[in-house]
Design a protein around this ligand. Structure first.
Ligand SMILES: Nc1ncnc2c1ncn2[C@@H]1O[C@H](COP(=O)(O)OP(=O)(O)O)[C@@H](O)[C@H]1O
Ligand SMILES: N[C@@H](CCOP(=O)(O)O)C(=O)O
Length: 316
């Protein structure tokens, strides 16, 4: 579920009156997502997404995210812009939260991508990176490589309730990955969470790239490594599909070239990506009651991916 904040019809009607976007017809909470509250809003003019930003998304970061979306949309990428009201304001206050009225994009996210869909999604990321080459604003990655060890320590021994000995295993993997972490690859504004649920598709065509709320400035090729780890395995992390992995990289390179150094770094970047998602999922696991409304994501699905990347070069 992802409706943490309830909005009354009256408050929503008053909110919409600030825009030239018609009059409220219906509003339904959207179950998908974990971070923010999202509603599908229909007016007499169109369909929109209403997002209310919860505690995980800092209001101070919204100008960065919205500028990135405007920049990408202007470069022809299928990303949703936050709409300005009659006074030109895109960031509003609603039901005690910062809120935006956002363009609705058609399409559905695929659970089991085909190679053709993976190729299109890889190309969509390549196009994002091309579009962001001249994007100047920056935002430090709050979940970058330097934060993983402190996050492991904050999780503490509780992590062993997920699997016996997991803390020590992660600690050893972390030491290996951080010792080899590349420090001289190109950095840029990147998405950092381009999982299948954040790509909308119609058939083999990408119609939307959404959920930029982890976007930040970090190693550009790390974004592709995150995507590879999310797309090329089944949900349990047990089975790697080489056809999907190859299609993602080929699609990406059809729009944006990887340097030799970036290509060579993909295995270690993918191991880092596994640690990042393993650690945030482990944190959520040990800090979210089992009966909470939010579904906890399985941390071990990322431990298994990490083992696969350690065992073989999946980018060869
Ligand atoms: N611009 C959009 N157009 C169409 N659907 C959207 C849009 N933004 C979000 N959604 C829908 O809302 C769901 C949750 O959005 P998301 O941004 O992933 O939430 P969260 O930030 O909470 O993870 C998505 O899975 C998608 O179904
Ligand atoms: N993709 C992350 C969690 C973030 O979820 P999202 O719905 O905001 O993409 C994970 O799978 O751990």
């Amino acid at each position: 579920m992802a409706v943490y904040t309830q909005v009354s019809a009256e408050a929503l009607g008053t909110f919409l009156a600030r825009y030239d976007q018609g009059v409220l017809v219906s509003a339904k909470g959207i179950a998908e997502g974990v971070q923010n509250s999202n509603y599908l809003v229909e007016t007499t003019a169109d369909r929109f997404i209403l997002t209310l930003y919860e505690e995980w998304t800092s209001t101070d970061d919204l100008p960065f995210f919205l500028a990135m979306l405007d920049h990408l949309a202007a470069a022809g990428n299928p990303v949703p812009r936050a709409l300005p009201d009659r006074d030109g304001l895109a960031i509003q206050q609603l039901a005690g939260r910062s809120a935006c009225l956002i363009e609705f994009l058609t399409g559905v996210s695929v659970s089991h991508p085909t190679p053709a869909q993976a190729r299109a999604a890889g190309a969509a990321m390549g196009q994002l990176h091309a579009g962001l080459a001249d994007f100047a604003p920056t935002r430090a990655n709050p979940l970058g490589a330097d934060t993983w060890r402190p996050l492991l320590e904050r999780c503490g021994a509780g992590i062993d309730t997920i699997a016996p000995g997991l803390f020590a295993r992660i600690e050893a993997a972390l030491a290996r990955v951080l010792a080899q972490w590349p420090r001289d690859l190109p950095v840029a504004a990147i998405h950092t969470d381009l999982f299948p649920d954040n790509v909308l598709m119609l058939g083999d065509r990408v119609t939307g790239v959404i959920d930029f709320y982890f976007a930040c400035t970090d190693i550009r090729a790390y974004d592709l490594a995150v995507m590879h780890s999310a797309w090329a395995f089944d949900a349990t992390g047990e089975r790697y599909d080489p056809a999907i992995g190859a299609a993602l990289i080929a699609g990406y390179e059809s729009r944006f070239a990887l340097s030799e150094a970036e290509r060579a770094a993909l295995p270690i970047l993918a191991q880092g990506a596994c640690l990042r998602f393993l650690l945030t999922r482990a944190w959520d696991w040990v800090n979210t009651p089992a009966d909470a409304l939010v579904t906890r994501k399985d941390p071990l699905a990322y431990w298994r991916r990490l083992e696969a990347y350690l065992k073989d070069d999946l980018f060869a």
